[in-house]
Design a protein around this ligand. Structure first.
Ligand code: SAM
Length: 282
C-alpha cells in the first residue's frame, strides 16, 4: 500500500481509520447550516420529480438521500464512489431509509464512470472535484453519461475563502493556507467550477455562490479546525505548542461569544448541448 495521500478523501480506504471519514461526513450532513446549503444547491440544479440522477463521489450518501426525496418514487438515484468503506456505510444507512428502493450504489471512479453515454437527466458531484487529481477528466465523464439537454452540477468549497475570528491573524493564515496548499491540488477549487464546466463543453453555465457559517463552533467546524491544526504540525508548518496555542485561543474566542467562521461554496450547473440537427440534402 502506498504512503497515504495528505487528503484523506483521495484514498479513503487506505486511511488508518476510514470509519472516521464515515463519521465526519455524517456529522457534516447533520449540521443545519451545511444541510441548508446542500438543499439550496439541489434546488439550484432544478433536479425534480421523476428524474434519473447520478451522484459521483457519493460517500456515505448524505446527498443521495436528499436527492431521493427530490426525485420521488418515480425517479431514480445512483451513487458511485471508489471507496469500499464509504459505500458500505452508505448501504448500511440506507437500509432503514423509506426511499431506499429509489437509490442504487455502484463502485467506480469519476474519471471512468461505469455507465453508458446519455443515461442520466442530471449528474452531480458535491464536494468531490476538490479531492480528485484531474477534475476536468471527471467533469468530461459526467458530461458523457448525461443526456443532451440534461445538466451537470458541481459544488465545492473554496479554501481561499475561509474567514475565522482569531487574535493571531498571521498564524491563522499560515495554518489555514499552508495546510490547504499541501492537501489539495487546487485549494481554490470552488471559484474555478464555472470555467471547468465550460471547458468540459457545457453551455449555458449558471453559478450560485453560498456561504457556510458557524458562530458557536459546532462539532463539524470544531473537527475541521482541529484537523487543520494536526495537519499543520504533520506538514511542519508549525510546532505542536504553536498548534495547541492556536486552538486554545480559538476556544477563548468562542467563550467570549466572538467566534465566526465562514467558507464560500460555489455551485455551478451547466447544460449538455443537444446535437445540431442533421442538414437535409439538396
Ligand atoms: C468530501 S466527500 C463528499 C461525499 C458526498 N458527496 C457528500 O457531500 O457527503 C468526497 C468523496 O469523493 C470520493 N472520491 C474521491 N476520489 C474520487 C474519484 N476519483 N472519483 C469519484 N469519487 C471520488 C471520496 O471517496 C468521497 O466519498
Amino acid at each position: 500500500m502506498s504512503a497515504s495521500h495528505p487528503d484523506p478523501y483521495r484514498e479513503a480506504d487506505s486511511q488508518p481509520d476510514p470509519e472516521q471519514l464515515v463519521a465526519a461526513l455524517e456529522v457534516r450532513g447533520r449540521n443545519a447550516n451545511h444541510a441548508r446549503l446542500t438543499r439550496r444547491f439541489l434546488a439550484f440544479t432544478r433536479v425534480g420529480a421523476g428524474d434519473a440522477v447520478l451522484e459521483v463521489g457519493c460517500g456515505t450518501g448524505v446527498v443521495l438521500r436528499a436527492l431521493a426525496a427530490r426525485v420521488g418514487r418515480r425517479g431514480r438515484v445512483v451513487g458511485v464512489d471508489p471507496s469500499r468503506t464509504l459505500r458500505a456505510a452508505a448501504a448500511r444507512i440506507l437500509r432503514g431509509h423509506p426511499l431506499r428502493r429509489s437509490i442504487a450504489l455502484r463502485a467506480g471512479d469519476g474519471a471512468r464512470l461505469p455507465f453508458a453515454a446519455d443515461r442520466f437527466d442530471a449528474t452531480l458531484a458535491v464536494t468531490v472535484l476538490l479531492h480528485v487529481a484531474d477534475p476536468l477528466a471527471v467533469a468530461k465523464e459526467m458530461v458523457r453519461v448525461t443526456r443532451p439537454g440534461g445538466v451537470v452540477a458541481v459544488q465545492d468549497q473554496d479554501f481561499g475563502t475561509v474567514a475565522v475570528t482569531h487574535p493571531d491573524r498571521a498564524l491563522t493564515t499560515r495554518i489555514l493556507d499552508g495546510v490547504a496548499a499541501r492537501m489539495y491540488e487546487e485549494p481554490w477549487s470552488g471559484r474555478r467550477l464555472p470555467g471547468l464546466l465550460r471547458m468540459a463543453g457545457l453551455e449555458p453555465v449558471r453559478l450560485q455562490t453560498d456561504v457556510f457559517q458557524d458562530t458557536t463552533l459546532e462539532p463539524y467546524t470544531k473537527r475541521f479546525l482541529e484537523r487543520r491544526a494536526e495537519n499543520a504540525v504533520r506538514f511542519g508548518i508549525v510546532d505542536p505548542p504553536a498548534a495547541q496555542r492556536w486552538l486554545d485561543d480559538l476556544t477563548a474566542v468562542v467563550a467570549a461569544g466572538a467566534f465566526v467562521l465562514t467558507v464560500n461554496y460555489y455551485g455551478a450547473v451547466g447544460v449538455k448541448p443537444r446535437p445540431a440537427p442533421a442538414r437535409g440534402r439538396g
